[in-house]
Design a binder for this molecule. Structure first.
Ligand SMILES: Cc1cc2nc3c(=O)[nH]c(=O)nc-3n(C[C@H](O)[C@H](O)[C@H](O)COP(=O)(O)OP(=O)(O)OC[C@H]3O[C@@H](n4cnc5c(N)ncnc54)[C@H](O)[C@@H]3O)c2cc1C
Length: 469
C-alpha cells in the first residue's frame, strides 16, 4: 500500500496549492481528484472560464460602443460565439495543464477517483470503473470545495440547458434573447453582465433590497446605477417562489418580500445564482467521525484540524468566504503547520473582487460594519471622474473610499468601484497587513498618471484634504 506524509483530497486552489507547499517543505505528498482534470471549480468551471468570457465580452462591447469615441472606426462588430467559447476552453486547458505540470515538477502523486476517508490516516480512491485503491498517510487534508446551492424552499430542476447554474451559463450555445438571473451576488452579476454585453435582455431578481449584499452600501448603490445604465434590469426585495420550464424557455415567479402581488417573468434562459454549498458527498466523514456544522461545513479549529486528529480541512468546505485566494492561503498555512511552522491566515485582510466593468473591489470593514461595531472612523472618498488617467481611458465611473480609525488613523477598510479596481485593491491590502494609516497611504508617492492616484487622493481625503477636488 502506498504511504504518504500527506494526502490532499480535492485539487482546487485550496488542495493543489496545499500539496505544492507541502512538497516544497519536504513532505511526501499525494492528491486525489475525482474530476478528469486538476484545478477544481476555480480553473474548470469558475474563476478562470468566467474571466475569459468577461474579458472577451468586454472587448466586444468596447468595439461596439467605445472605439468610435477613441477615434477607431470599424464596421459594426459581429459576435463569433463559438470562437469566444474556444478562447475560454483554451484558457481552461492551459491552466489545468499547468497544475498537472506543477504536480509532476514537485513530485506529487496524483490519483484520479473519488477519495473517501476510512479512518484517520486511511484514504480509499474509487475510480470511475469501480476499482479501489487504499492509501495511507500521516495526515489528510479535505479540500473538496463546494457545489451549486438551489433556492431555499423552492424545488428547481437545473437541467443546464434552460434552467442553468453558473456551469451551464458558461457554455450557452447562443445568446439568449431574454435571461433572468436569480440572485444579485457576484456570480450572478458577473455572468449576467457577460450575456447582457453579448446582447441578452437581462433581469436580475434578488431577495435583498440591494445587490452585492455584504459590500459597502455606497459601492453597491453606485454599482447598481452603472449596471442599469448598461441595460441590466433589477427586481429587488423579491422572493422567488417558483422556477419552472415553460413551453419555450423558463418562467420565474416571485413576490415582494414586504408582501404584495406575485409576478412572473418568462426567459429563454434562467440562471440560478443563489450561492454555493460545501461539498462532502461520498467522503465518509460521518463514518470517520469528522464533525460538521449546521450549514454542512466541515468544522475546524484555529489550526484547520477537524474533530479527528490528523484530518484537516480548508477552502470552500469550511467556514469563511468562498474565494479561491482564501482557499489558497489556507492551503499554504496548513502545509506549514504540518511541517512544524506557524501557518496563519489573516481573515481581516482578504480582498473581494467583482470582475464586472467597472470592477468592484474591497478589503476590510465596510462603513455599515464599523457603525454596527460602534467604531469611530473617518471616511475619505475620491471619484475617478476627477482622475486624469480615468478620463483618458473613458473610465470616469466610480470612486475610491478609505475608512480609517478616528483615533489612530489605522486603515480599516478600502472600497473601490472603477476600471482596474481588482488590481488597485492590493496596495490597500499590503498597507493593512502592515497596520498602515491613511496618512501612510496618502503620503506615498504614486506614479502619474495612474488610476491608483485616486487611492492616494481618497487617503488624503481621510486625514487631510484631496488636492484634485
Ligand atoms: C462561476 C464562478 C466564478 C467564480 N469566480 C471567482 C473569482 O473570480 N475569484 C474567486 O476568488 N473565487 C471565485 N469563485 C469561487 C472559487 O471557485 C472557489 O472559492 C474555489 O474554487 C474554492 O476552492 P477549493 O479548493 O476549496 O474547492 P474547489 O475549487 O471547489 O475544488 C474542489 C475539488 O475537489 C474535488 N472533489 C470533491 N470531492 C472529492 C472527492 N471525494 N474525491 C476527490 N475529489 C473530490 C472536486 O472535483 C473539485 O475539483 C467562483 C466560483 C464560480 C462557480
Amino acid at each position: 500500500m502506498s504511504s504518504y506524509d500527506l494526502i490532499v483530497i480535492g485539487t482546487g486552489p485550496g488542495g493543489y496549492v496545499c500539496a505544492i507547499k507541502a512538497a516544497q517543505l519536504g513532505l511526501k505528498t499525494a492528491v486525489v481528484e475525482k474530476r478528469a482534470t486538476l484545478g477544481g471549480t476555480c480553473l474548470n468551471i469558475g474563476c478562470i472560464p468566467s474571466k475569459a468570457l468577461l474579458h472577451a465580452s468586454e472587448v466586444f462591447d468596447h468595439a461596439g460602443h467605445q472605439f468610435a469615441e477613441l477615434g477607431v472606426d470599424l464596421e459594426t462588430p459581429k459576435l463569433n460565439l463559438p470562437n469566444m467559447m474556444k478562447h475560454k476552453e483554451a484558457v481552461i486547458k492551459s491552466n489545468v495543464d499547468g497544475v498537472a505540470f506543477l504536480m509532476k515538477k514537485n513530485k506529487i502523486d496524483t490519483y484520479t477517483g473519488t477519495g473517501s476517508i476510512a479512518a484517520a490516516g486511511k484514504v480509499t480512491v474509487t475510480a470511475d470503473d469501480g476499482s479501489k485503491q487504499d492509501l495511507e498517510a500521516k495526515n489528510i487534508v479535505i479540500a473538496t470545495g463546494s457545489d451549486v446551492a438551489g433556492i431555499p424552499g423552492v424545488d428547481v430542476d437545473i437541467d443546464e440547458k434552460v434552467i442553468v447554474s453558473s456551469t451551464g451559463a458558461l457554455e450557452l450555445e447562443k445568446v439568449p434573447g431574454k435571461m433572468v438571473v436569480v440572485g444579485g451576488g457576484v456570480i450572478g452579476l458577473e455572468l449576467g453582465s457577460v450575456w447582457s454585453r453579448l446582447g441578452a435582455d437581462v433581469t436580475v431578481v434578488e431577495y435583498l433590497d440591494t445587490v452585492l449584499g455584504g459590500m459597502d452600501k455606497d459601492v453597491s448603490k453606485q454599482f447598481k446605477k452603472i449596471m442599469e445604465k448598461q441595460g441590466v434590469k433589477f427586481e429587488l426585495g423579491a422572493k422567488v417562489t417558483d422556477v419552472k420550464k415553460a413551453d419555450s424557455g423558463g418562467m420565474v415567479t416571485f413576490e415582494p418580500v414586504k408582501g404584495g402581488d406575485a409576478k412572473s417573468i418568462g426567459a429563454d434562459i434562467v440562471l440560478i445564482a443563489t450561492g454555493r454549498k460545501p461539498y462532502t458527498d461520498n467522503l465518509g466523514l460521518k463514518e470517520a467521525g469528522v464533525a460538521m456544522d449546521d450549514r454542512g461545513r466541515v468544522e475546524i479549529d484555529d489550526h484547520f484540524q477537524t474533530s479527528v486528529k490528523g484530518i484537516y480541512a480548508i477552502g470552500d468546505v469550511v467556514r469563511g468566504a468562498m474565494l479561491a485566494h482564501k482557499a489558497e492561503d489556507e492551503g499554504v498555512a496548513v502545509a506549514e503547520i504540518l511541517s512544524g511552522q506557524a501557518g496563519h491566515v489573516n481573515y481581516d485582510v482578504i480582498p473581494g473582487v467583482v470582475y464586472t466593468q467597472p470592477e468592484v473591489a474591497s478589503v476590510g470593514k465596510t462603513e455599515e460594519e464599523l457603525k454596527a461595531a460602534g467604531i469611530a472612523y473617518r471616511a475619505g472618498k475620491f471619484p475617478f471622474s476627477a482622475n486624469g488617467r480615468a478620463r483618458a481611458m473613458l473610465a470616469p465611473d466610480g470612486f475610491v473610499k478609505v475608512l480609517a480609525d478616528k483615533a489612530t488613523d489605522r486603515v480599516l477598510g478600502v472600497h473601490i468601484i472603477g476600471l482596474g479596481a481588482g488590481e488597485m485593491i492590493h496596495e490597500a491590502a499590503v498597507l493593512m497587513e502592515f497596520g498602515g494609516s491613511s496618512e501612510d497611504l496618502g503620503r506615498t508617492c504614486h506614479a502619474h498618471p495612474t488610476m491608483s492616484e485616486a487611492v492616494k487622493e481618497a487617503a488624503m481625503a481621510t486625514f487631510a484634504k484631496p488636492i484634485h477636488m
